[in-house]
Write a protein that binds this ligand. Sequence first.
Ligand code: ADP
Ligand code: MG
Length: 273
Amino acid sequence: MSELVITDLRASVGDKEILKGVSLTIRSGEVHAVMGPNGSGKSTLSHVITGRPGYTVTGGSVLLDGVELLELSAWERARAGLFLAMQYPTEVPGVSLEAMLSAAAVAAGRDASGVAAAIAHEAETIGFEAKLIDRALNVDLSGGEKKRNETIQLGVLAPKIAVLDEIDSGLDVDAMRAVTRRIEQATNADEPLGVLAITHYKRLFEELEPDAVHVFADGVIQKSGGAELAAELEDTGYGEWVDPNVAVDDGPSAFDDPFGDTTFADRLNLHEG
Ligand code: ADP
Ligand code: MG
């Protein structure tokens, strides 16, 4: 059994404090939903946990089974068993899913010979067209296809803890069901996955059952509850936690430069040329 323990996590971008003391514990098999308004820092939380560059951690800790992740590179965190499905998955020209997952297997000291079969199996499970598998990572895939692609990665990599940042965005109802069903299945596997799922919509939780729902606003968890809180939030919105006088940033921002990100492939130096 694994445990991700986030304690009083604080982080800034430039001189702007975004995370203002986040504490949250996720154990194997548990699904924690984080819901909150745009611009509240949800993606920042996922990026800081997984070690994306560009953020300054100013306090707190993130322990995975007692190991301080904040001292590790993003790549080392992945190897320790952490997985991030990004809100805006990065396109990696020249690198196939199989090349990336094979390299990850080798780096983790595992045999890569079963990777192609595992990808095919995962793709079938979630209804991802076989011909899309051979495309360079995320290149020319629709938003929904990218999310399915990430779910395949999750299935093959079998991480301990997954951070899913709006994995539902861009998915139609059928794709959503397939993806969330696969993730729910992973949380019930022999070595169950622990999940931190960031979303706006309770529909994510039709197949994926949350053990806890957290309202995230202004850089902190404002309130925690059970699954019923997700439905409540969708009905009432986040007005209670949003200061109407503060302008909110929405959507992919200028800093979401895909080439500024270190993806798995970047870390593995898989780029051609
Ligand atoms: P959410 O995912 O909840 O919509 P984000 O974590 O994307 O929120 O953003 C929280 C705040 O931090 C926003 O005001 C956003 O503009 C700012 N921010 C996020 N990343 C960066 C960055 N790399 N540089 C500057 N500001 C950033
Ligand atoms: Mg976000």
